[in-house]
Design a protein around this ligand. Structure first.
Ligand code: AMP
Length: 398
């Protein structure tokens, strides 16, 4: 069955058409600047050329129609008609406590997702717009929602509760939810597969290190803790997000800089992380690596703080699970950044883990990075959230 995977943002829409049997990507692309000037669609059929075209896209429904036009186009298309799309899988960021797994989308489900909008005001409304647009254009095609938060719903209460008055959990559901769940699930499953072991018998720490980044503790196949919280701001130092910090900093800075709490949080989300720490050099680790190699002290400090924070979380999660068998690196930095992985390796020796310098010279492919016979296996496993969404969709619709 051909599955169309949709990841919809407020002004963008990423898509992949995946054959669920062969798991091949038949075509992929991106609509950008939807509802803004200069909107453009980039489309690439399997084995074909990637082409960007400027086309007016006043809203997401127009964007979805354009995606279908491209997929069925005589020249750059890969299917004959809409009938060849068996199902659509949607990425949904926040499922709150309502969704502990993927679901077939119905009117009732949409209402429940809408009730989670408060928890992810930047993401969920955009995801919903994508779903409504797809339902408009493809009213007879079944659709599935796959939640970033679902995999972490197995966390025990001691891991997901904050030390706040209990009434805020009862009234507003303030708690840790965690994100990147689809990736943490996919990578931990794949780690067990590669090692020929049952995930239910392993303690795995997954380090999803992309522009947004999170660590998770996966014990016996279930997420038992993760570094992102109520929102994706908590945890690691990220590209532009601060991660963990003293919450009193918010009112302190609001007072000093004459800002509202919301404005300070915006700074914590968009101007902090390695971008802020490096004095504004970049949020991109390639730029930071280059600057550090040329002797820039602030870039070096930012990278050191980043690696240190990841190392601390690995130590914490080894304690949370009372041991660790596998540490897996994934996402842009985890898959490609040899230097940063090497720096994180400096913090894991006490666990009986190591990153072998020679084996670490690898990017973007599955690999074991630790010495043979090491107590803990350190692995590189490329994530594939779109494939995971396609698999979930095929499982529920198939
Ligand atoms: P993601 O959000 O998963 O796409 O990850 C983006 C981050 O991965 C950016 O900071 C990139 O600099 C980093 N990244 C991607 N490719 C490389 C590479 N070849 N070397 C170093 N960092 C990389």
């Amino acid at each position: 069955m051909n599955i169309l995977v949709i990841n919809c943002g407020s002004s963008s829409l990423k898509y992949q058409l995946i054959d669920s049997e062969s798991e091949k990507v038949l075509a992929k692309g991106l609509c950008e600047r939807i509802g803004i000037d200069n909107s453009a669609i980039t489309h690439q059929p399997e084995g074909g050329e990637k082409k960007t075209e400027q086309i007016n896209m006043p809203d997401h429904t127009v964007a979805v129609k354009l995606v279908i036009d491209k997929l069925t186009d005589k020249e750059v298309g890969v299917i004959g008609s809409l009938d060849e799309i068996g199902a659509v899988g949607h990425r949904i960021v926040h499922g709150g406590e309502k969704f502990a797994s993927s679901v077939v989308i119905t009117g009732e489900v949409l209402k429940q997702v809408e009730e989670c909008n408060d928890l992810a005001p930047l993401h969920n409304p955009a995801n919903l717009v994508g779903i409504h647009s797809c339902r408009e254009v493809m009213p007879n095609v079944p659709m599935v929602g796959v939640f970033d938060t679902a995999f972490h719903q197995t966390m025990p209460k001691k891991a997901y509760m904050y030390g706040l008055p209990y009434e805020y959990y009862e009234k507003y559901k303030v708690r840790r939810y965690g994100f990147h769940g689809t990736s943490h699930d996919f990578v931990s499953k794949r780690a067990a597969e590669i090692l020929g072991k049952d995930r239910k018998e392993l303690k795995i720490i997954v380090c999803h290190l992309g522009n947004g980044a999170s660590v998770s503790a996966v014990k016996n196949g279930e997420s038992v803790d993760t570094s992102m919280g109520l929102t994706p701001l908590e945890g690691l130092i990220m590209g532009t997000r601060s991660g963990d910090m003293d919450p009193a900093i918010i009112s302190f800075l609001a007072d000093k800089e004459k800002l509202t709490a919301e404005e300070v949080i915006n700074i914590c989300n968009k101007k902090s992380g390695v971008l802020g720490l490096s004095g504004g050099i970049s949020s991109d680790f390639r730029d930071l690596g280059q600057a550090a190699a040329q002797g820039d002290g602030m870039a070096k400090d930012a990278l050191e703080a980043y690696a240190y924070r990841v190392g601390k979380y690995i130590g914490a999660y080894a304690a949370a699970m009372n041991g660790v068998d596998v540490i897996a690196f994934t996402a842009g930095i985890g898959e490609n950044n040899i230097e940063v992985r090497g720096m994180i390796g400096e913090y894991i020796g006490f666990l009986g883990a190591n990153i072998n310098q020679e084996k670490n010279k690898v990017r973007g492919e599955e690999a074991i990075l630790s010495d043979e016979g090491a107590k803990v296996t350190v692995m590189l496993i490329p994530t594939n959230e779109e494939l995971a969404i396609a698999r979930e969709t095929a499982r529920l619709v198939g």
